[in-house]
Design a protein around this ligand. Structure first.
Ligand SMILES: CC(=O)SCCNC(=O)CCNC(=O)[C@H](O)C(C)(C)COP(=O)(O)OP(=O)(O)OC[C@H]1O[C@@H](n2cnc3c(N)ncnc32)[C@H](O)[C@@H]1OP(=O)(O)O
Ligand SMILES: O=C([O-])CC(=O)C(=O)O
Length: 409
């Protein structure tokens, strides 16, 4: 956390209780030291391992960024090649996991991902061996090597889980991963069954790079809580997926585009934004952030990418036009100015994807395909100095009530 961020006050977010102050939603509570990512919420800057995301988005591949986040440094050519090859060998899933995904083909993909990640963990011998070692308090060099391998497997398998769900949901045969393709290109190939076009691959690559880590949002915190009990790494990631699914977190990207489609015309933006300012009114999805009190730097990049895309291929459903009109209203509205609410990463990220033919219910799953690296890197970092998460609650109910048998109630 940078100095600027520390300055943010939690005024109004502290609840009084008979036991003392409650930091509602753990706002600004520090849970650990980290060297993985940093956010300057006042200036709108995000770094992965010290590198600005704008530089990584311009120059890197997802594999390079994943290596950076996991291992703490940019890889040299040999390290990147070895890492990429290892990921390629881990892409396949157990047949029982594939069956689970198939059985959940009619459910929202996030349910299937939660289940498939947890299931796959039960079949990964390395994961089980690691969990057994952790149980007896062993986490030495050998176990750490195992832990990094498990982490790499989770990164490698997530695109396969999502692509298989997409295929099953459309009644199509699944397409096995191809080893000659990059992480992003193979993902698109497994979804759509053809060599992906360069612009779509670039879009996915950008999406994967920009979502890779973000300090400790709800999903990453969830992963910490589960990992801190020394449960296994797949279970911690399955729990993180569950947290990501919510519309206040990763689920907002789907909700934002669904909202633009429903609104349908930029002329309605004023009315929609006004409604969101009323007490009890619907929140605008993709707007506001716990840490950014400035424009989210990832949103800026996605906005430009979406603009380029619609300039080239058009905006037939007017979703870019609607989003632009909503943004204008927000930026000029005292309600949003006073609360320092700006578009966040989810505001723009789905627009080009939607036009590329990716259904909106797969936006959050693709977020998980990217963020899995952040989750596992944070778990590994926390296990270096593990302590179970166990906060307290202030009990405000009665004590010592007299038990009344059911017949007398
Ligand atoms: C990848 C990500 O997870 S990015 C976040 C994705 N989530 C969304 O886009 C959902 C919409 N946004 C929100 O719900 C929130 O802004 C969150 C969840 C992101 C952050 O929540 P918090 O830090 O708890 O902010 P909080 O809810 O206290 O909001 C502060 C004030 O702004 C208002 N506000 C916050 N977001 C919005 C919004 N999107 N629309 C309208 N008002 C909003 C709140 O009502 C509150 O007003 P008040 O002070 O009058 O009560
Ligand atoms: O940091 C947060 O609370 C949410 C977020 O933007 C992310 O996880 O990318």
């Amino acid at each position: 956390m940078s100095e600027q961020t520390v300055q943010i006050k939690t005024a109004g977010k502290i609840l009084q209780s008979p036991c003392g102050p409650i930091i509602h939603g753990l706002e600004d509570v520090l849970i650990k030291s980290t060297s993985i990512s940093d956010i300057d919420g006042e200036k709108g800057i995000l770094w992965y391992r010290g590198y600005r995301i704008e530089d990584l988005a311009r120059h890197s591949t997802y594999e390079e960024v994943a290596y950076l986040i996991l291992y703490g440094k940019l890889p040299n050519k040999k390290e990147l090649e070895d890492f990429t090859n290892r990921l390629k060998t881990y892409r396949d899933l157990n047949s029982a996991t594939i069956e689970i995904i198939k059985n959940l083909s009619k459910a929202h993909p996030m349910f299937a991902i939660e289940s498939a990640v947890a299931a796959e963990g039960a079949f990964d011998e390395d994961n089980l061996k690691l969990a057994e070692a952790l149980k007896v308090g062993r986490y030495k060099a050998e176990e750490k090597e195992l832990a990094y391998r498990v982490a790499e497997k989770l990164i490698a398998k997530m695109p396969t889980i999502v692509a298989y769900h997409y295929r099953f949901s459309r009644g199509l045969d699944i397409i096995r991963p191809r080893r000659d393709l990059s992480h992003a290109a193979n993902f698109l190939y497994m979804m759509f069954g053809k060599d992906p076009d360069p612009l779509a691959t670039k879009g996915i690559e950008l999406y994967l790079i920009l979502h890779a880590d973000h300090e400790v949002p709800a999903s990453t915190f969830t992963a910490h809580v589960v990992a801190s009990t020394l449960s296994d790494m797949y279970s911690a990631v399955a729990a993180a997926v569950a947290a990501l699914k919510g519309p206040l977190h990763g689920g907002a990207n789907e909700m934002a585009v669904r909202g633009y489609l429903e609104i349908g015309d930029p002329s309605k933006a004023k009315e929609v934004v006004e409604a969101a300012t009323k007490p009890g009114g619907p929140k605008l999805m993709g707007v506001g952030h716990r840490v950014y009190k400035a424009y989210d730097p990832r949103a800026k990049i996605f906005k430009e990418f979406s603009r380029e895309y619609v300039t080239k291929f058009g905006d037939p459903k007017k979703i870019f036009a609607v989003a632009s009109a909503i943004e204008q209203e927000i930026l000029n509205h005292p309600y949003f100015q006073q609360r320092r609410l700006f578009p966040n990463v989810d505001f723009w990220s789905g627009i080009a994807f939607y036009y590329m033919g990716i259904p909106y219910e797969y936006f959050t799953p693709i977020f998980a395909v990217s963020r899995v690296v952040g989750w596992v890197a944070h778990i590994l970092e926390y296990w270096e100095n593990n302590r179970i998460f166990r906060p307290r609650a202030c009990y405000v109910g009665p004590h010592d009530l007299q038990y009344i048998p059911i017949e007398q109630r």
